[in-house]
Design a protein around this ligand. Structure first.
Ligand SMILES: [Zn+2]
Ligand SMILES: [Zn+2]
Length: 111
């Protein structure tokens, strides 16, 4: 599964088209809050988890400047506050999808 098209739909929402025909929409707030980089998610060192430092909400924190594809498996997001270390793999991106179908999908069991 790969993304075939990624664009800023509204000012605060990313729209992603997938090779399987699915259409994802993910708000920028969700994307930024799920940033996979170490400084956002904290690091586990010698079994101790270091929480990320609480960072003040800088202007532009939820403002996406640029999306750049990384190889064939991920995208890198450049935020207006200068943060750009988050690499989002397709799987991660898809798991953040907030469309009605994905939101309603039950977490366990299949019919
Ligand atoms: Zn980050
Ligand atoms: Zn979806």
């Amino acid at each position: 599964m790969t993304a075939t098209q990624i664009k800023l739909d509204k000012l605060d929402e990313l729209s992603v088209k997938w090779s399987d025909g699915h259409d994802s929409r993910i708000t920028l707030r969700t994307l930024r809050d799920s940033c996979p980089c170490a400084s956002c998610q904290g690091e586990t060192v010698l079994l101790r988890t270091y929480e990320p430092l609480p960072s003040p909400e800088l202007p532009g924190k939820y403002n996406l400047k640029q999306v750049q594809q990384v190889g064939h498996y991920a995208i890198q997001l450049f935020w207006a506050d200068g943060h750009a270390t988050g690499i989002y793999t397709w799987e991660r991106l898809r798991s953040l999808c907030e469309c009605p179908i994905c939101s309603e999908k039950p977490h366990t069991g299949a019919t």
